[in-house]
Design a protein around this ligand. Structure first.
Ligand code: AMP
Length: 936
């Protein structure tokens, strides 16, 4: 620094309350425009130290913050002899350096394998400071140690202790100053070291004894059996118990946990309170007599209650498949349902905890999606506690550069500025402190927070694996490494808080509980009356009768409500036109179209006090401009939802345009619906084919969840489908995929073709007590097809027709051929037949393809006893659509001795052609083919 500049600096920069404000102002002005300050000041500011590497460069906001903090302090000059003010800035920078980068030199890895360079910014010399300055007193700015100034030596020690011990705190990516200050306060005020009482320490030890004890017991009793041992990550058990206890103490009523297989059995027994004898039975091959096909023990969910000082907390561990991260949105959806039920918008009453693997959290995109959802209106739950069981190996992949491209596996969390607390799994007290900070942060700021539990895996991926084959050096270390229980028991014995004898007693006691097959969780309680009762929904079939009718008068009353828009709410002219039409439909002047009937279905549901929840990328308006459940005021952008204004005390109507995702949104809605049987929950794909981005949710949860886990789910999925010449994408919702998943009446696949059908199909899903998923091939062009209209009377019957017979005056005795079809092609067949004045072909619509309405179809076919030719007509290529999956149903319904043929597109690798002219030609051909009666 030139002498002149330094002189100015020294002369003007006493860090007192008075003139820091002035410097800050100068600095702000410099940040806006470097030339707005004098040359001397510019030089000074330019020389403020920075961290190398652009990513970790100190943000100017940090420096500004420091000035601000100083300015808030009472005028007090802390000037030390010999260039003190210049050093004072460096000291503040040193504090910042630790806050930014301390975690990179923290003691996080229990095995000591991580190779981490010494961070230069954490060295005194980098800040032009040295041990010679240790005795000098400096203002510590915002460093939350409870004093304004400190000797540099003490400060340096405190910084190392706070940021480079067993907790590596990453939070300086957060821009909100309050949040940062809050975290600093929690970490710095105790120098990242908690002061636990002896009984608290004993409790932590008990958790480690349980974690270790169960695995040893299982290992000895069932050698080689897969259990995905927690060993190495034992601290997870006391950590979860602490989270639940603290949540309950703060008023939470429920905790929902999602986790993959690692350590799951341990959590089931030592946290959830599953009786160990049940687990042993499962290892021994015994299981309850169940109707379902069941699942392996490390996918099983569990429900129980847990006593806390704030009252009982209900615990639910979600069932999960082997797909590692997919359970996370399911858990969060389940939490949202529970919060909605409790009318808790802030998220205080239900806590979600998701437990991740280190490779999976970095590798799987659904994690990013759930972070992105975490503050979005439709999906927020007041923050999720995300724990990474970071055992530093993904199956057999251990090198950082093989598993990710970021420094930490948790880097993805920074996208929502979540704080990340890396913590050494061998230091259980640090783990518990990090846990307390995490849950308090979540409760305070209602945002996601991550705890990265850095640990190891004592065995292979599972117990039959030999990890040394692929991780030889790591496992040399692991073999010699004492267990977390041993390390902590020794520590407590050494400090004299819990004797070795006592630790031994606790270990023996735990072992006795296992021997006797007793619950190992003191806080466990049997589940008490729960906030939702599923029994009314159990044991129903899709064709059970139900109270379905709704009077025309009621429909008219509801119709009037949903077409009424407040006068001062100016809607767009195109929307106005739609609402003008709807008014005519309400008054009986016009027949009802799809949008009107659909909205009326929602109106009738909320009017009955039930709730409706719809999410999808364009759900408010509808991808195809047909729904308009949300009306946007053209003057001020405000929204009006007629369906929220049906009557006082109506059920909630929630429609949300969702984040642009399929997999996590669908998984969320699955979670929501498996936790909430009442009302109607709908996920709508923008175009049906996008559902394939969510295939795992259909395969692993929606189609099989009831059979594997006995969990009912009444979710409705609207998947726009239909061949309109729009090309290979957006024509097909891949009907064949859903039909292929159908068995055991696991879900319903419907293709409604009229407004009355959609009305009654949606109502049926709520009014009927059966709760099974409903996959709907919903229309696009039919939304405005002049023939796709219905009367109020058709709606009021309440009947969803699984099969719709011939509608024209076709004499059955003249019929030589019967065409079966579903969806929009029906109208093309009908129009063509009418045009040709053909009277020898009957057209039957199959509106529910699964469960297949065989009896109803047979009854319809009885009208045509002499027909020999039956045709299934579809728009899709032959290898797609319903032909391959459903033809056995068609064949079973037609009379013996008759034959069934196919009319549709030829097999194709792509769902549809890309050229309109080819599409039109194909469409004509398949319609003509279907209607063309063969003469023998
Ligand atoms: P949870 O709140 O998830 O712990 O569930 C409490 C209890 O409700 C479970 O033990 C089940 O008996 C029942 N239950 C919860 N979800 C479902 C579901 N989707 N289908 C059927 N029963 C359920």
């Amino acid at each position: 620094m030139p002498e002149g500049a330094m002189k100015t600096w020294l002369e003007s920069s006493h860090f007192s309350g008075g003139n820091t404000a002035y410097i800050e102002e100068l600095y702000e002005s410099y940040l806006d425009n470097a030339h707005s300050v004098s040359d001397e000041w510019r030089e000074i500011f330019q020389q403020l130290p920075k961290v190398e590497g652009s990513e970790l460069e100190y943000r100017h906001s940090e420096i500004r913050d420091e000035f601000r903090q100083l300015a808030k302090q009472p005028a007090k000059t802390v000037v030390i002899s010999g260039g003190g003010d210049a050093k004072q800035v460096k000291v503040l920078q040193l504090i910042n350096a630790f806050r930014f980068r301390g975690h990179q030199n923290a003691n996080l890895d229990p095995l000591g394998i991580w190779q981490r360079d010494k961070v230069r910014d954490l060295q005194l010399a980098h800040h032009d400071l040295s041990e010679n300055d240790f005795d000098k007193e400096y203002n510590v700015g915002s460093f939350a140690i409870g004093q304004e100034s400190m000797k540099l030596g003490d400060l340096y020690k405190a910084l190392r202790k706070t940021y480079c011990s067993s907790i590596g705190a990453e939070y300086m990516h957060i821009t909100d100053t309050d949040e940062k200050r809050w975290l600093q306060n929690r970490l710095e005020s105790v120098q990242s070291k908690a002061d636990f009482s002896v009984s608290e320490k004993e409790e932590i030890l008990k958790g480690l004894i349980a974690a270790d004890g169960l695995e040893r017991y299982l290992g000895a009793k069932f050698p080689g059996a897969k259990r995905f041992s927690l060993e190495g990550g034992d601290a997870l058990v006391p950590m979860l118990k602490e989270l639940i206890t603290r949540a309950g103490t703060n008023g939470a009523k429920e905790v929902v946990i999602g986790m993959a297989h690692r350590g799951r059995l341990n959590v089931l027994v030592n946290v959830m309170g599953k009786n160990p004898s049940k687990l042993f039975d499962e290892f021994g091959g015994k299981h309850d007599e169940i109707k379902s096909s069941g699942d392996v023990k490390y996918h099983q969910g569990y429900s129980s209650d847990f006593v806390t000082p704030g009252g009982n907390v209900h615990l639910a561990l979600a069932f999960n498949p082997s797909h590692l991260e997919i359970v996370n949105p399911v858990v969060i959806g389940s939490v949202r349902a529970r919060l909605d039920r409790r009318n808790c918008k802030q998220g205080d009453l239900v806590l979600p905890i998701t437990i991740h693997g280190d490779s999976a959290i970095a590798g799987q995109g659904v994690v990013q999606e759930t972070f992105n959802m975490s503050q979005a209106n439709a999906f927020k739950v007041g923050g999720t506690i995300r724990i990474v069981v970071n055992n530093q190996v993904g199956f057999t992949t251990s090198k950082q550069e093989d598993t990710r491209s970021g420094e930490y596996c948790t880097d993805i969390a920074k996208m929502v500025q979540a704080p990340i607390l890396h913590v050494n799994g061998d230091d259980p007290e640090a783990v518990i402190l990090a846990t307390q900070i995490a849950i308090d942060y979540r409760n305070e700021f209602k945002r996601d927070v991550v705890i990265d539990l850095v640990c190891y895996r004592r065995h292979g991926h599972n117990e039959a694996d030999e990890p040394s084959a692929t991780q030889p050096l790591m496992y040399k270390k692991v073999r010699k490494h004492p267990t977390p229980r041993q390390i902590y028991a020794d520590q407590l014995a050494n400090e004299g808080s819990v004797t070795a004898v006592k630790a031994e007693e606790l270990t023996n006691y735990y072992r006795k509980l296992l021997d006797e097959g007793q619950c190992t969780v003191e806080q466990w309680r049997p589940m008490t009356a729960h906030s939702v009762d599923w029994t009314p929904y159990l044991g129903h079939e899709w064709n059970d009768d139900y109270d379905k009718e709704i009077s025309v008068a009621k429909l008219k009353e509801l119709a009037d409500k949903i077409v009424t828009i407040p006068e001062d709410h100016k809607v767009h002219s195109r929307v106005n036109k739609i609402y003008d039409d709807r008014k005519k439909m309400a008054s009986g002047e016009k027949l009802l179209d799809w949008g009107m009937a659909e909205n009326l279905a929602y109106a009738s549901i909320v009017d009955s006090g039930e709730r409706v929840r719809i999410t999808g990328q364009d759900s408010g308006r509808g991808t195809f401009f047909h729904r308009h459940a949300v009306l946007h005021n053209q003057n001020d952008g405000s929204k009006y939802l007629p369906l929220q204004n049906i009557r006082e005390g109506q059920g909630p109507f929630d429609v949300h345009d969702s984040v642009l995702s399929e997999v996590s949104v669908l998984a969320f809605e699955y979670g929501y619906t498996t936790a909430e049987p009442a009302g109607l929950t709908i996920w709508e794909a923008q175009f049906g084919d996008f559902a394939n981005c969510a295939q795992v949710v259909f395969d692993q949860f929606i189609s099989s969840g009831e059979q594997k886990w006995g969990r009912l789910c009444g979710l409705t999925m609207l998947l726009p489908h239909g061949y309109e010449g729009q090309g290979p994408e957006h024509s097909s919702a891949r009907l064949e995929r859903f039909l292929q998943l159908c068995a055991d009446h696991n879900m319903q696949v419907c293709v409604p073709s009229t407004p009355a059908q959609v009305f009654n199909m949606l109502r049926r899903q709520v009014v009927r007590p059966m709760r099974r998923p409903l996959v709907v091939m919903s229309p696009k062009s039919l939304l405005r097809h002049p023939l796709a209209v219905s009367s109020m009377e058709e709606l009021s019957t309440g009947v969803f027709h699984n099969v719709i017979g011939e509608v024209d005056d076709i004499k059955p005795e003249n019929v030589e051929r019967v065409v079966f079809c579903s969806g929009k092609v029906y109208y093309e067949l009908l129009e063509q037949r009418r045009k040709d004045e053909q009277t020898n072909v009957a057209i039957i619509r199959i509106e529910q393809l699964y469960p297949f309405p065989e009896d109803e179809l047979k009854a319809e076919l009885e009208k045509y006893p002499n027909v020999q030719q039956f045709v299934w007509c579809q728009e899709e290529p032959q290898n797609q659509g319903a032909w391959y999956c459903s033809q056995h149903h068609f064949r079973a319904a037609i009379p013996k001795g008759t034959y069934l043929t196919y009319a549709g597109r030829k097999p194709s690798a792509a769902p549809a052609v890309g050229y309109m002219s080819v599409h039109v030609k194909e469409q004509h051909a398949l319609v003509n083919d279907a209607l063309n009666v063969e003469k023998d």
